[in-house]
Design a protein around this ligand. Structure first.
Ligand code: ATP
Length: 200
C-alpha cells in the first residue's frame, strides 16, 4: 500500500526568504505524525504547500501514491487531503451549521453531506447545541472544534491541522487532542503541526 503522504527534498521560497530547504516527511496509513518547530520554522508553509496553495521550487509531494506536487488545491481536496488552517478561519457571520455545510463544497452528494454533518454532531455535541449560533460568537475552543468538524465533512483521508492548540486553555487543548484522536480512529491519517510539544 502506498504511503498516505510522502514528501521528498522539498524546497519552498518566498522571494529571497527560503522557508523550506530539503524537507523529507512520510505519513503512513492510519498514523498520526506530529511536526514540531519554533515560529518561522516553516510549519505552515509545509501544510500550505501540500494543499497546493503555495508552490514549491524543488522536490516532490505524493499522496496515496499519486504525484500532487503541481496539482490544484481543489483536486488535492478531492483526493481526500484536507487542511484545517492556522487560526481556524471559520466563517464568522455564518452559523455553525452553515460552516459545516460549506465543508462539503467539494462533495456532490447532499445526502452524504447531511450524513457526515450528523456524524460530526454525534462526535461534537457542543456544536449541535450551537448549530444556529454565528461562528464568530463561539469560544476559541469551540471554533477549533468547528474547524475540525468542517474538515470532516469533506471526507478526509489525510487531515492536516495547523497548530490547533494555539491560544487555548490546557483543558480545551486536551479536548481538541481527544477529538483529533477520534478523527484518526474513524479512519483518517493525521498530520499535526504544533508548537505545543507536550500536547502533540
Ligand atoms: P509559526 O509557528 O510562527 O506559524 P511557521 O513554522 O508556521 O511559523 P511559516 O509561516 O511557514 O512558519 O514561515 C516560514 C518562513 O517563511 C518565515 O520566515 C516567514 O516569515 C516566511 N513567510 C511565510 N509566508 C510568507 C509569505 N507569504 N511571504 C513572504 N514570506 C513568508
Amino acid at each position: 500500500m502506498p504511503n498516505v503522504l510522502e514528501i521528498k527534498d522539498l524546497h519552498v521560497a518566498y522571494g529571497k526568504v527560503q522557508a523550506l530547504s530539503g524537507l523529507n516527511l512520510t505519513v503512513g496509513d492510519g498514523e498520526i505524525v506530529s511536526l514540531l518547530g519554533n515560529n518561522g520554522a516553516g510549519k505552515s508553509t509545509t501544510v500550505s504547500t501540500i494543499s497546493g496553495v503555495v508552490r514549491s521550487q524543488a522536490g516532490s509531494i505524493s499522496a496515496f501514491g499519486q504525484d500532487i506536487t503541481r496539482a490544484t488545491p481543489w483536486s488535492i481536496v478531492e483526493s481526500g487531503v484536507i487542511q484545517v488552517p492556522e487560526g481556524r478561519r471559520i466563517f464568522s457571520r455564518l452559523t455553525v451549521h452553515e460552516n459545516l455545510q460549506l465543508g462539503g463544497y467539494s462533495v456532490k452528494d447532499t445526502a452524504l453531506i447531511d450524513q457526515r454533518i450528523a456524524e460530526v454532531y454525534d462526535l461534537l455535541p457542543r456544536l449541535k447545541d450551537r448549530m444556529r449560533q454565528q461562528g464568530g460568537t463561539l469560544s476559541g475552543g469551540e471554533q477549533q472544534m468547528l474547524a475540525i468538524g468542517r474538515a470532516m465533512i469533506a471526507g478526509p483521508k489525510l487531515i492536516m491541522l495547523d497548530e490547533p492548540s494555539m491560544g487555548l486553555a490546557p483543558l480545551m487543548v486536551a479536548q481538541v487532542m481527544e477529538v483529533i484522536t477520534s478523527v484518526n480512529q474513524a479512519g483518517a491519517s493525521v498530520l499535526l503541526i504544533e508548537q505545543n510539544a507536550r500536547a502533540a
